[in-house]
Design a binder for this molecule. Structure first.
Ligand SMILES: *Cc1c(COP(=O)(O)O)cnc(C)c1O
Length: 427
């Protein structure tokens, strides 16, 4: 499958039925699997045989979704999770123990920022947040001997800065740490971070992968590129006493990260994806290659319209030719359209912003991005409300910021809706 184009993988990847089997991926709504004999179960629990044991650590519907995402991202394997939050938690805790340290871009999704800043520290994993636009010499100072990962988002949410992959790759290689990228807002249709130097990719599948705002989930893709046997990650090379002494690098070679993640994280923390949600994500992925260009076209049309509007004081959209991020969009993305997310601010006070949002008819105020329906959000009072003003600034949030996620409706109707709502912002 991975030799096919992205559109073909979107439609047919993951599930390859044999003659007589359902053409459409079935929902295997089963917690359990039947075996020949005790010896087979013994081999499964010693990780000597690949197979399903219990749906917490694997399920055929979930596996088909994992394989489709693996093919789209160009990895060696993937683990699906109950949410994007669980995906980022797995990506870090599969590598780090108490006493370890990670370096992360500060311009990341609010939920990930809070996870890193509070819960990881509670586990004894220290985090240094850095401005991803700082020069490489400055960023080098954040690394310590205990640093075990470098983390960033392809498109920061909601600052919309496109990651400088060349600089981050260079830092990760210099300090020999795995480079983890949250690719949620770009999707594998627009950007494949594994080809740009990332070792591990994470997603909130809740957004564009689902695409219809029906299901919560996440996924972590293993690029198979990092050398876990370099002495920094003994858990990958020492025997795991909880799985008959398996050594992950020796047993699973390039897929050691994903094997360990499934064996340990899913078994112990249990944040697994339900088969039903995997079915929904697979269905969503079947149209990802059709939806993303329309999201991008609508976002670009709206960004151009807002840039010229007298009541709008600023617009950020990486796909605008005038954007300082545009060169990176051209360099790193498969298509010149960016993603469907843009931000802007209105002239006037917060009351004008409130009136504008209340007047929208096509777009709705919801806590979401990546839906087929256009939506808006005011980050300073919602997703990022619990951050201090200083943390908000470093995450790229201003008090007047409105975040828009353009849907796949007709562009004219979205533009007209914003136009009429802008007229109501004054009154
Ligand atoms: C939404 C989001 C998450 C968290 O995902 P959930 O599925 O809501 O848990 C993580 N990263 C990014 C970039 C997101 O947009």
């Amino acid at each position: 499958m991975s030799n096919f184009g992205k559109g073909t993988i979107c439609v047919q990847g993951g599930w390859t039925p044999k003659p007589g089997e359902p053409r459409v991926l079935p929902i295997f709504q089963s917690t359990t699997y039947k075996y020949e004999d005790i010896e087979q179960v013994e081999r499964l629990f010693a990780l000597e045989e690949v197979g399903f044991k219990y749906t917490r650590t694997g399920n055929p519907t979930v596996a088909a979704f994992e394989q489709k995402i693996t093919a789209l991202e160009g990895g060696v394997g993937a683990v699906a999770l109950a949410s994007g939050q669980a995906a980022n938690l797995l990506a870090i805790t599969n590598l780090c123990n108490g006493g370890d340290h990670i370096v992360s871009a500060s311009t990341i999704y609010g939920g990930t920022y809070t996870l890193f800043a509070t819960k990881l520290r509670k586990l004894g994993i220290d985090v240094t947040f850095v401005d991803p636009e700082a020069p490489e010499e400055v960023l080098q100072k954040a690394f310590r001997p205990s640093t075990k990962a470098l983390f960033g988002e392809t498109i920061g949410n909601p600052g919309l800065n496109v990651l400088d992959f060349a600089k981050f790759k260079s830092l990760a290689r210099r300090f020999d740490v795995p480079f983890i990228v949250d690719n949620t807002l770009a999707t594998p249709y627009l950007c494949t971070p594994l080809q740009l130097g990332a070792d591990i990719v994470t997603h909130s599948a809740t957004k564009y992968i689902d695409g219809h705002a029906t299901s919560l989930g996440g996924v972590v893709v293993d690029g198979g590129s990092y050398d876990w046997a370099n002495g920094k990650f003994p858990e990958f090379t020492e025997p795991d006493p909880t799985y008959a002494g398996v050594r992950y690098v020796q047993a699973f070679e390039r897929a050691a990260f994903v094997a360990k993640a499934r064996a340990q994280f899913l078994r112990d923390f249990g944040a697994c994806l339900s088969p039903f949600n995997a079915f929904m994500f697979n269905l969503g992925l079947e149209t990802l290659h059709l939806r993303m260009p329309q999201h991008g076209r609508n976002a670009l049309a709206l960004a151009r319209f807002l840039s010229k509007h007298p009541k709008v004081s600023w617009v950020v959209y990486p796909g605008l030719e005038s954007s300082p991020q545009y060169a990176r969009v051209r360099n790193y993305f498969s298509k010149p359209e960016g993603s469907g997310i843009l931000t802007f601010g209105l002239q006037g006070d917060l009351q004008a912003t409130r009136r504008f949002v209340k007047s929208l008819r096509v777009a709705a105020l919801v806590v979401h991005v990546g839906d087929a329906r256009t939506c808006v959000l005011h980050p300073a009072s919602s997703t990022h409300a619990q951050l201090t003003p200083e943390q908000q600034r470093s995450a790229g949030i201003t008090p007047d910021m409105i975040r828009v996620s353009t849907g796949i409706e007709d562009a004219e109707d979205i533009l007209e809706d914003f136009d009429q709502a802008l007229r109501h912002a004054d009154a």
